[in-house]
Design a protein around this ligand. Structure first.
Ligand SMILES: C[C@H](CCC[C@H](C)C(=O)SCCNC(=O)CCNC(=O)[C@H](O)C(C)(C)COP(=O)(O)OP(=O)(O)OC[C@H]1O[C@@H](n2cnc3c(N)ncnc32)[C@H](O)[C@@H]1OP(=O)(O)O)[C@H]1CC[C@H]2[C@@H]3[C@H](O)C[C@@H]4C[C@H](O)CC[C@]4(C)[C@H]3C[C@H](O)[C@]12C
Length: 382
C-alpha cells in the first residue's frame, strides 16, 4: 500500500484526528494511538487498523516514553488545543530537535495563532467562522450545519491527511520533517473555495436557500415519494432537465421556463405533487440509467446494497459484521487494504509496541507498576 512503512503516533482525540489516523492506516501506515490511562473505553469510532498504547503524559516518564516513540516515527498527530503539547514538554521544538525528519501534524479548530487559538469549539463553531455556515439552510430558515461533516472531517481530518502526505512527499527531497498547522476553520473554508470564487458567476446573489445550488432551484432539490421516502434531483443542464420533465410525464410547453426564478415556487409545487404519486422504487425504475440526474435518497443501511454500490464494492463489512464505506479513492496498483478485524482495546498493544520500540522488559514492567503505562491484553482476549 502507498503508505506502507510509514509510522504514525496519533494522540487520542475526538473525531477529526481519529479520521485522519484512519485514512493513514487504511492506506498502509502503522498507526499507534496513544490513549490516556484509566480510561475504560476508547471513544474512537474510526480506529480501523490502529494499535493502542495507554500512556500517562502527565508524568515525566510518560513524556519520555512518547519522545522515544516519536524519535522512531515519521508522524506525530496531535488533536489538542494550542499550547497543550508545549506544556507537556512535547512541542515541535523539542520533538523536531530530536527527530528532524518528524512530521508534526497539529489538528485544531482555529489554528496555532489568532485570538481564538486557545478557545474550545466544535465543528459547528469552525464552520460558522469559515463563512460557509451562513450559506447552509433553506429559505427563511436559520443556518443549518450538515452533521459534523464539513469542518471535522472534510476540512479537518481529510485536509490534515493531505498535509501529512504532502510533507512526506517533500521529505523525500529534503530529508526533513515540518510542522502542519491544520485549522478546521481554514480547512472548511478551503474545501468551500468554489463558493467564494464562483460569486462572479452570480450563483450566490440571492439570500440563503434561494440560489440554484442551496435548495432554491426546484430542479436541484429532494422530493418525497408516495411511500415517505425521497428522490434527489440534480437536473441542472437543459438537456438533463428535459429528461427530468419527460420522466415525470410532464409537458414542457405547459411549464414555466426552467430558469425563470420567479416561477421556481410554482415549478417546485408541480414537482412535489408529481413525485408524491409514485414510490421511490417506481421512480428509480423510471429514472435509473437516464441522464435526468434523479437518484434515490438512500439511508445509511441501504447505501451498501444498492446495485451500483454493490457492483463496485463501495462499502465493506468487517469481521464484526459492521458495514462502513471502503477507503477512497481507489488506487489501481496500490489500493488501500483496510483492516477488517476489531478495533483495539485501550492499551491492548502497550507491551508489544514498547518492546518493538526498544524498551527492555524490565523497563516496561517498571512503567506498568508505576502506572505510567497500562496494558490491557487480557481484556482484549475477552
Ligand atoms: C463524539 C463527540 C465529538 C463529535 C465531534 C464534535 C462535533 C467535534 O467537533 S470534535 C472537534 C473538537 N475540536 C478539536 O478537536 C479542535 C482541537 N481540540 C481542542 O480544541 C480541544 O481538545 C477540545 C476543545 C476539543 C477539548 O478541550 P479539552 O479542554 O478537553 O482538551 P485540551 O485543551 O485539548 O487538552 C487536552 C488535555 O488532556 C491531556 N491529555 C491528553 N492526552 C493525555 C494522556 N495520554 N495522558 C494524560 N493527559 C493527557 C492534555 O495534557 C491536556 O491537559 P490540560 O488540559 O491539563 O492541558 C464527543 C463530544 C463530547 C463527547 C462526550 C463527552 O466528552 C462526555 C462523555 C465523556 C466520557 O469520557 C465518554 C462519553 C461522553 C458522553 C463523550 C462521548 C463522545 O466522545 C462525545 C459526544
Amino acid at each position: 500500500m502507498a503508505l506502507a512503512g510509514v509510522r504514525v503516533i496519533e494522540l487520542a482525540g475526538l473525531a477529526p484526528a481519529p479520521f485522519c489516523g484512519m485514512i493513514l492506516s487504511d492506506f498502509g501506515a502503522r498507526v499507534i494511538r496513544v490513549d490516556r490511562t484509566k480510561v475504560t473505553m476508547a471513544m474512537d469510532a474510526q480506529a480501523r487498523g490502529k494499535q493502542s498504547v495507554a500512556l500517562n503524559l502527565k508524568s515525566p516518564q510518560g513524556v519520555a516514553v512518547l519522545k522515544k516513540l516519536c524519535l522512531q516515527s515519521d508522524i506525530v498527530l496531535e488533536p489538542f488545543r494550542k499550547g497543550v503539547m508545549e506544556k507537556l514538554g512535547l512541542g515541535p521544538e523539542e520533538l523536531l530537535k530530536e527527530n528532524p525528519r518528524l512530521i508534526y501534524a497539529r489538528l485544531t479548530g482555529y489554528g496555532q495563532s489568532g485570538s481564538y487559538a486557545k478557545c474550545a469549539g466544535h465543528d459547528i463553531n469552525y464552520l460558522a467562522m469559515s463563512g460557509l455556515l451562513s450559506m447552509l439552510g433553506r429559505s427563511s430558515e436559520k443556518p443549518y450545519a450538515p452533521l459534523n461533516l464539513v469542518a471535522d472531517f472534510a476540512g479537518g481530518g481529510l485536509m490534515c491527511a493531505l498535509g501529512i502526505v504532502l510533507a512526506l512527499l517533500e521529505r523525500n527531497k529534503s530529508g526533513r520533517g515540518q510542522i502542519i498547522d491544520a485549522s478546521m476553520v481554514e480547512g472548511a473554508a478551503y474545501v468551500g473555495s468554489f463558493m467564494w470564487k464562483s460569486r462572479s458567476l452570480g450563483l450566490w446573489n440571492r439570500p440563503r436557500g434561494e440560489n440554484m445550488l442551496d435548495s432554491g432551484a426546484p430542479f436541484y432539490d429532494t422530493y418525497q415519494t408516495s411511500d415517505g421516502k425521497h428522490m434527489a434531483v440534480g437536473a441542472i443542464e437543459p438537456q438533463f432537465y428535459d429528461h427530468l420533465i419527460k420522466g415525470l410525464g410532464l409537458d414542457a410547453a405547459s411549464l414555466p421556463a426552467q430558469m425563470s426564478i420567479s416561477d421556481w415556487p410554482e415549478l417546485r409545487r408541480t414537482f412535489t405533487q408529481v413525485f408524491a404519486q409514485k414510490t421511490q422504487a417506481e421512480w428509480s425504475r423510471i429514472f435509473d440509467g437516464t441522464d435526468a440526474c434523479v437518484t434515490p435518497v438512500l439511508p445509511l443501511d441501504e447505501a451498501g446494497s444498492h446495485p451500483h454500490n454493490r457492483e463496485r464494492g463501495s462499502f465493506l463489512k468487517d469481521a464484526q459484521g459492521e458495514v462502513s464505506p471502503r477507503p477512497a479513492p481507489v488506487l489501481s496498483r496500490t489500493p488501500a487494504r483496510p483492516c477488517l478485524s476489531r478495533d483495539p482495546v485501550v492499551g491492548e498493544h502497550t507491551r508489544s509496541v514498547l518492546g518493538e520500540y526498544g524498551f527492555d522488559p524490565d523497563h516496561i514492567e517498571q512503567l506498568l507498576s508505576a502506572g505510567v503505562v497500562e496494558c490491557n491484553e487480557a481484556k482484549a482476549r475477552l
